[in-house]
Ligand binder design. Structure first.
Ligand SMILES: [Zn+2]
Length: 469
């Protein structure tokens, strides 16, 4: 995933669940299986350009077949021979629609020389698992498979089918993206009431667990091109009507333009929860933001880049081009403006707001490509309750908080396809120790096993939960 995170430090917005005694980890044999699968996945190179997800899908398939899953319930297929996905269905009673358990098996490239160890070996050292994909996203992939095998061993009968999909090219995207490919070609394999995915994890500070974040919403991405054409001419005979001047003026006006500040269901719940962790003026401001006060939103947005990005759609220039010779008047000047859009805002709304801000008919403002708009997932009470309850059982005192993130995951594609998606892992990371996409990616050994147990309990509970919305 790509997730500039919203830090969450909060009290549950969904009521206090009663702490109960629960296992914080699964029995040793189950842990050993999860670790084995994790190791196997990590040691398969599945980088976007140099690797393949197919061997990961095949490894999972072999595990499932060995555990007695019928071949007819398993699909290995995809957009290209090196970009295969695995989909497996575990049958429930069928009383309710399935739950989709998603994880991507591709990883960001890792160069041996950038790391202090081999990135494609699972190395356990000083209480950490090291390796590319230890956090993003092979832990969740391994846990889904290990837990499914365990449910089968127990003869567990959920009220609904559980579908695990391990998919290709979340990091690279494009035509090989496994989720897009499945939605388009085999919707029936993955069709579900909702999906659980990466994108939300536990946050700790100096080893102390603070919150278990539930990602329910993502901003979506839209690139806009500003383009000015001009007849040009010799630079020795300049005129005021210059493409670069037009573009510079347009960008200056965009720098002064701000989209309106507002909250939505998710961010209002987020600010309400955050208020409980603050004191003084900030506490009051966050409470007022949650209640819809514009004045408070202005103060909060001004004080924090994160909160500003939470409260509004943002657009910022990222690339420039123009001119064709040192001694010629430019015939073209262009800029790319990158927008991160709130789920409820639309393409034409954003484009026309920029056009208006530019206020120059010489500057064409066009949308690049077709942005993929994913709506927010609803804050469903059955899901919120289950997550809150299992979180409190597993880690008494740790609160569940709904978040919207600025980055993106495959959840966007599923949400756009009408499958609400919730980012939830139960793997805890220290806030200052996120190595995803970087060198020496790692996860605490204890976090892996706790997440393993958390997801085991959570999926069981959800598979029996009564829908309340
Ligand atoms: Zn990821």
């Amino acid at each position: 995933m790509k997730r500039p995170i919203l830090t969450a430090l909060a009290i549950s917005a969904f009521g206090i669940a009663i702490p109960a005694h629960a296992q914080s980890t699964r029995p040793a044999a189950e842990q050993a299986l999860a670790r084995e699968i994790y190791k196997e996945f990590i040691e398969i190179q599945s980088g976007f350009t140099t690797g393949s997800t197919t061997p990961v899908a095949r490894a999972a398939e072999a595990r499932l077949l060995a555990a007695g899953f019928p071949a007819s319930d398993i699909h290995v297929d995809g957009a290209s021979p090196t970009k295969m996905n695995l989909v497996v269905r575990y049958h429930g009673t069928g009383a309710r629609k399935p739950i989709l358990l998603l994880a991507h098996t591709d990883v960001v490239e890792a160069k041996r020389e950038d790391w202090s160890m081999d990135p494609f070996k699972l190395i356990e050292k000083d209480g950490y698992f090291y390796g590319r994909g230890t956090g993003d996203d092979k832990a969740q992939a391994a846990v889904w498979i290990a837990n499914l095998i365990q449910y089968k061993k127990e003869n567990f009968k959920p009220d609904r089918d559980l579908i695990v999909a391990l998919t290709a090219d979340e990091e690279g995207g494009g035509p090989f993206n496994g989720v897009d490919w499945l939605v388009k070609n085999h919707r029936d394999w993955i069709d579900a009431d909702y999906a659980l995915n990466e994108g939300g994890w536990g946050e700790s500070v100096d080893g102390k667990k603070i919150s278990n974040d539930l990602q329910v919403s993502e901003k979506w991405l839209m690139n806009v091109r500003l383009e000015v054409h001009n007849k040009g001419g010799h630079s020795s005979l300049p005129v005021d009507d210059n493409a670069i001047y037009h573009l510079a003026g347009a960008l200056t006006r965009i720098s002064q333009f701000k989209f309106p500040l507002k909250t939505n269901e998710v961010t209002a719940a987020y600010f309400k929860a955050m208020a409980k962790t603050e004191s003084g003026a900030t506490k009051t401001d966050l409470e007022q933001v949650a209640a819809g006060s514009q004045a408070a939103m202005q103060r909060v947005a001004k004080g924090s880049v994160q909160w500003n990005a939470t409260l509004r759609t943002t657009c910022i220039p990222t690339m420039l081009e123009g001119g064709h010779a040192l001694n010629a008047l430019p015939q073209l000047a262009a800029a790319t403006v990158n927008c991160r859009v709130l789920p409820e805002d639309g393409i034409e709304y954003v484009r026309s707001a920029l056009q208006k801000a530019v206020a120059d008919t010489a500057v064409a403002v066009t949308v690049i490509g077709t942005p993929l708009i994913g709506p927010a997932s609803p804050l469903r009470a059955d899901i919120m309750q289950a997550v809150s309850t299992v979180t409190s059982q597993q880690w008494p005192g740790v609160v569940t908080i709904p978040i919207m993130v600025m980055g993106g995951t495959d959840g966007r594609s599923l949400r756009a396809a009408g499958i609400p998606t919730y980012g939830m892992q139960g793997f805890f990371f220290d806030r200052d120790d996120i190595h995803f996409h970087g060198s020496d990616e790692r996860m605490k050994v204890q976090s892996f096993y706790e997440g393993h147990a958390f997801l085991y309990d959570l999926v069981k509970r959800l598979s029996k939960a009564t829908p309340t919305s």
